[in-house]
Design a protein around this ligand. Sequence first.
Ligand code: GLP
Length: 251
Amino acid sequence: MQVEIHPTPESGSARAAEQIRGRLVEGFRLGVATGSTPLAVYAQLRDAHRRGELTLAGATAWALDEYVGLPRDHPQAYRNVLHAELVADDATGLSDARLHAPDGAHHDPRAAAREYEQAIGTGVDLQILGLGANGHIGFNEPIGSLRSQTHVGRLTPRTRQDNSRFFDDDIDQVPRECITQGLATIMRAHEIVLLAWGEHKAEAVAQMVEGPISARWPATVLQQHPRVWVYLDTASARDLTLTELYHHASA
Ligand code: GLP
């Protein structure tokens, strides 16, 4: 893992966006996460597109996960969130047809998960990841298989509570199930860029970077991937101990 500790989420996001921009070529397959963590990166990509410095027109984007059971037009369905961030109003040049997500409204979610796994095939070129406070990536919650493929999963009460802020602070509105790329699916990405901001991620970050590989902390599986970049702010890096091994970026 390459770990960069930034003074603020803004400077970490700028670096991550710069790295992604440097990779984009025709036919690029970009894995995209939801949640609040990558929003500043998406804003940077939109700004660069507005300035004519970047286009995702020749790329495809692949969602990491999706809620099961929300109506297709629900604003919090992850495909709609990603559409608003990357497609609407010619945000980045990405077209709707090139934005892929598991079909969480499918009458048979398990079949939808299998179809998505097949569609991803050999993996995306670069996967953007956030990190759950309990160490999840995508919706791969603790104690799931470290070799899982895209599957239907149950959300933990902690994750439903964390995500209730997107559902009028009402946990009962948060779906109980999801379709998520599995850990093996994520590991097929050629490169991975993981972002984590804030003190509430500090324990999960310390486990992911310095802890033993364990299904208790699913993100620890990334220790076995050869090309992972971790962008942190000082708050999320709080519990790391091997400080001399990390790159400390200045403002
Ligand atoms: C959510 C998503 C993840 C995301 C994580 C962190 O539940 N399924 O893909 O990375 O939890 O969310 P946030 O970025 O809002 O802290």
